[in-house]
Design a protein. Structure first.
Length: 139
């Protein structure tokens, strides 16, 4: 765990350094896939679910993580690229969801395209989800 990086991220987003926040953020930094609340509960079984929920919510609200929309009913979260701010996310990229292992990965290099909407329509969000089999499961 890179405690300096964790501390810098929490300070940048004006969040106190609590043990749970440090542990959760370190887990995100070590993961290359999106993480669900349930996964965090299993990993941090000594922490109650409400505290984990509040931690995820504060991280999302401050721009540390974003919801990785993958077309499933499970909310998964991934680290923001760095341009996100309080209540304003700039992570307009695709997410890949593996149908075999159910992991979701951010595809930062695949940008969600702009869509010309009919007159009178106003876009609030757009998500690009690519479903398939990941490299690990394909082997």
């Amino acid at each position: 765990m890179d405690i300096n990086r964790v501390s810098d991220i929490l300070a940048k987003h004006d969040l106190r350094k609590t043990a749970v926040r440090i542990q959760v953020l370190a887990y995100f930094l070590e993961s290359d896939t999106a993480i669900s609340h349930g996964q965090l509960e299993k990993e941090m079984e000594d922490t109650d679910r409400v505290t984990l929920y509040r931690t995820l919510k504060s991280f999302e609200e401050t721009g540390i993580i974003h919801k990785a929309i993958d077309g499933t009913e499970v909310a998964r979260y991934a680290l923001c690229a760095g341009e996100c701010e309080h209540h304003h996310h700039e992570d307009d990229h695709a997410h890949f969801h593996c149908g075999k292992c159910c992991e979701t990965v951010c595809l930062d290099e695949v940008v969600v395209p702009m869509v010309n909407l009919p007159q009178g329509f106003q876009q609030e969000s757009a998500h690009l989800i690519i479903n398939g089999i990941c490299e690990k499961c394909k082997l």
